[in-house]
Design a protein around this ligand. Structure first.
Ligand code: GLC
Length: 536
């Protein structure tokens, strides 16, 4: 696979959640050697790159998004030598490696925060974080509860997430310099880029004005449409930071990239993050939260591709990640709600066959769109959310901090099945698994799907191969047809058609079907909740 320039404009990038991908030592927690041993499987699937959620030294109060040392690998996952081996092996296979960067906050166990606590109010050590004598506002943590925590000497510090995740003060030049040094550390080790956590949160409005409109959801950031601009998120000051980072990346060869995790609306605001001198990509979360319905999907595709075109950026599609209910379960509801914040056994349960059918159709639509796309580990197997996980296993801080109002994100983080008949379904050599795996996952294991015509795995593999052959990632989208319950667009020589209605729809005469997310009817029509790719 050639490592060509601008690779990221059309790349399919696979998200690895290290805890839950592959466990080499049988302790029930995935690790870096486990990932390295499975990279050839991802090569076979046909992705261009992997993004790894954090594997740095961390007390794991937020599954590694609470970083205690940005330059060390947590012993649960291995060591720096294992990270080097992983990167080297990936390169050998023609896969790029994107690592996660968590700049909004550190862990409370980071040396800087420990020094801040040991120093007096007003000291330079406290100036790296956001300390005040009194809570200056009513801000809420994204995980629930207040965003200010009192220390033993009476001062309060800001934590937009867990109390163990104090927010850094990005007005402090030391903070800026440190993150440039961290970027260089991983670029020098061969990282191809960074997924930037909470990219819209680093800079706060200096007024620290109150905010009445917050939503306490796990994701935060997507504020009600009619609310004024939040003083917490998406401040113009963040862009200066990303311009500096871009200039650092541009010093390196091989097209290293930055991708923003920014829950920002409208699309025009999000597009600011991907201006030519800033980041390369920003996840299109507006697309992710759109229900499976023709009109809203068409509108969001138009809005987001249009806003990005204004700044010359591709659109970065995504349907699942480690923070939202897996799309095979989200789409198993017909109540018009997005169900992104987890599902517990007490909630209404999704219609699993419907969810899978729509998830396959949605994925095939997404992979037919021009731009880049991210896959979340296990979606290529059609994995649903674990929707009946007993509460005692829950580890997401959102579960406790929301007073058990939100089940949290554990249901999408369950270790994935590789081999139906092996302990922990082949996740590791023992049956240990840090979150319980549903028994129904045996039949979804990779070894039950590989080589099986019509399996979700073979659907993804074929889609990735055809996407490459027809260069769909670099194409352009032109809507065709006018049936309200059908979305059809041309991308190069391929027509992508999804049926959202209740009745089968006919394909244009003489169509050569390249791929279909489900069987066509006996007379060659596209059934409800199916996407097809045909050669035009
Ligand atoms: C991002 C991560 C999420 C984490 C949060 C705080 O949203 O994706 O998993 O909890 O940031 O770092």
């Amino acid at each position: 696979m050639p490592l060509s320039s601008d690779w990221w404009r059309s790349a399919v990038i696979y998200q690895i959640y290290p805890r839950s991908f592959a466990d080499s030592n049988g302790d029930g927690m995935g690790d870096l050697p486990g990932i390295t041993a499975r990279l050839s499987d991802l090569r076979e699937l046909g992705v261009d790159a992997v993004w790894l959620s954090p594997f740095y030294r961390s007390p794991q109060h937020d599954a590694g998004y609470d970083v205690a040392d940005y330059r060390a690998v947590d012993p649960r996952f291995g060591d720096l030598g294992d990270a080097d081996k992983l990167i080297a092996e990936a390169k050998q296979l023609g896969l790029r490696v994107i690592v996660d960067l968590v700049p909004n906050h550190t862990s409370s166990e980071h040396a800087w925060f420990q020094a801040a606590l040991a120093s007096a109010p007003g000291s330079p050590e406290r100036e790296r974080y956001i300390f005040r004598d009194e809570p200056p506002n009513n801000w809420r943590s994204v995980f629930g509860g207040p965003a200010w925590e009192q220390t033993t000497d009476g001062q309060w510090y800001l934590h937009l997430f867990d109390v163990s995740q104090p927010d850094l003060n990005w007005a402090n030049p030391q903070v800026r310099a440190e993150f440039v040094a961290i970027l260089r550390f991983w670029l020098d080790r061969g990282a191809d880029g960074f997924r930037v956590d909470v990219a819209h949160g680093l800079v706060k409005d200096p007024s620290l004005a109150g905010w009445e409109y917050g939503d306490d959801t796990v994701l935060g950031g997507l504020t009600p449409q009619d609310a004024p601009p939040p003083p917490i998120w998406d401040q113009d000051g963040v862009h200066e930071i990303y311009r500096e980072w871009r200039s650092v990346l541009d010093e390196y060869e091989d097209d290293r990239i930055l991708v923003a995790e920014a829950w920002v609306q409208p699309a025009e605001r999000l597009a600011h993050y991907v201006r030519p001198d800033e980041m390369h990509q920003a996840f299109n979360f507006e697309y992710l939260v759109t229900p499976w319905a023709a009109a809203p999907l068409r509108a969001v595709i138009d809005r987001t591709t249009g806003a990005n075109a204004e700044v010359g950026a591709p659109t970065t599609w995504v349907l699942s990640n480690h923070d939202v209910t897996r799309h095979a379960s989200r789409f198993g509801f017909s109540d018009g709600k997005d169900h992104r914040n987890g599902i517990s056994a007490r909630d209404p349960q999704p219609d699993a066959p419907l969810g899978l059918r729509r998830a396959r159709a949605a994925s095939l639509q997404m992979l037919g769109l021009p731009g880049s796309a991210y896959l979340y580990q296990g979606e290529e197997l059609g994995l649903p959310e674990h929707t009946t996980m007993p509460d005692e296993f829950r580890q997401d801080p959102a579960w406790e901090r929301s007073g058990h109002a939100e089940p949290g994100r554990d249901g999408c983080r369950v270790p994935i099945p590789w081999e139906a008949d092996a302990p922990s379904y082949g996740f590791g050599p023992t049956d240990a698994s840090w979150l319980p795996q549903p028994a129904s996952w045996a039949e979804l294991a990779l070894d039950r799907q590989r080589g099986v015509a019509g399996s979700t795995y073979e659907l993804y593999r074929a889609a990735l191969r055809l996407r490459r052959e027809h260069d769909l990632g670099n194409g352009t989208l032109t809507w065709t047809g006018s049936q309200p319950e059908v979305l059809a667009f041309a991308n190069g020589d391929v027509l992508v058609l999804s049926n959202f209605g209740d009745e089968p729809v006919a394909l244009p005469g003489g169509s050569q079907v390249l791929l279909s997310s489900g069987p066509l009817t006996g007379d060659g029509q596209v059934p409800p909740d199916v996407t097809v790719w045909v050669r035009r």
